[in-house]
Design a protein around this ligand. Structure first.
Ligand SMILES: C[S@@+](CC[C@H](N)C(=O)[O-])C[C@H]1O[C@@H](n2cnc3c(N)ncnc32)[C@H](O)[C@@H]1O
Length: 296
């Protein structure tokens, strides 16, 4: 029997099958192949069983004869410990280094966290956007590994430009093949590398929060959007982010009063993701904001 361990899970010691490790090692070439082709459909030959911590459709595996797909659950406690170490990083350099080291595991860890920001944002944009989705250009700010583009693609959008501070996150995004263009930028320290008035939709998820992207960047998101275009943003509503959230909402309102945009939707969403701080249990809530830039 040939057993294949998903490259990401195997590399991170998630696939721990003492009796079968040799077999898994032997299939390393295949696992590389699988990683290179993740999300684009992989046909496996001579593999009986695949072990991964994600569902089969994550890799879009197809094989006529393989007999089993086993999901190896990475425990929530494992992911929680990793994220708590992120919150200990204070300088932007430390944060980016953290994301550089998290990039390979990010997609599987956010499944464990039941992190919903990218799908909530994509649904929100989709329910208001009435233009030509094929022609629309989406700017995905703090794009990470590409979750927002993946979700928006499922709603018919097809043209994505991504920006992020972490080279390793950008590498995973590049390998996804979803983006026409990807740029590295530390937001708040450097100007956003995006032309003014040029994007139909600008989205930022999972990055407008304490210690990540500063609130001043919100004006740059608005400037990059075409008149009549949408800006979709998310933030967390949990304890350690409440001050940031209040400052963010003050700035969003101030920009509306200045005539820059109109608020279309600001929706509090329960069960945003699992709580990872020691002060909170269960799920935390979050907010999705949708603004429409005014026609000048
Ligand atoms: C939690 S991930 C979110 C990624 C993606 N948007 C998603 O929802 O899956 C946060 C991302 O923001 C990026 N980031 C955080 N602060 C940043 C900053 N100041 N400038 C650029 N990127 C930043 C990190 O590198 C990371 O990829």
């Amino acid at each position: 029997m040939v057993v294949l361990g998903c490259f990401g899970c195997y590399n991170n010691n998630l696939v721990q099958l003492p009796a079968q490790r040799d077999v898994i090692r032997k299939s390393a070439a295949l696992t590389n192949h699988m990683r290179a082709n993740a999300h684009s459909g992989v046909i496996l030959c001579n593999v009986d069983v695949v072990f991964c911590c994600l569902p089969q459709d994550h890799h879009q595996l197809r094989h006529e004869s393989f007999t089993g797909f086993y999901i190896m659950a990475k425990t929530f406690e494992h992911v929680k410990a990793a994220i708590q170490s992120l919150h200990k990083n204070t300088t932007s350099e430390e944060k980016v280094n953290f994301y550089n080291s998290w990039a390979e595991n990010y997609d599987q860890d956010v499944v464990v966290l039941e992190y919903r920001a990218p799908s909530v944002a994509a649904n929100t944009v989709s329910s208001h956007f009435s233009g030509d989705r094929d022609a629309a250009v989406v700017l995905d700010v703090a794009c990470g590994t590409g979750e927002v583009a993946r979700q928006m693609k499922s709603h018919g959008f097809g043209h994505f430009v991504g920006i992020d501070g972490s080279e390793a996150m950008l590498k995973v995004a590049r390998e996804s093949g979803l983006y026409q263009e990807l740029k590295q930028c530390m937001m708040g320290e450097e100007p956003l590398p995006a032309q003014w008035d040029s994007f139909d939709v600008v989205v930022i998820t999972g990055a407008l929060s304490v210690g990540h992207v500063p609130i001043t960047v919100v004006r740059e998101l608005c400037r990059s959007t075409k008149p009549g275009g949408y800006v979709c943003m998310t933030t967390r509503s949990n304890h350690d982010n409440l001050d940031y959230k209040a400052d963010l909402e003050r700035e969003l309102k101030q920009m509306e009063e200045e005539g820059l945009w109109n608020c279309i939707e600001a929706t509090e969403v329960e069960n945003w993701e699992k709580a990872v701080s020691n002060q909170e249990d269960g799920y935390i809530s979050g907010v999705v904001y949708l603004y429409k830039k005014r026609q000048q």
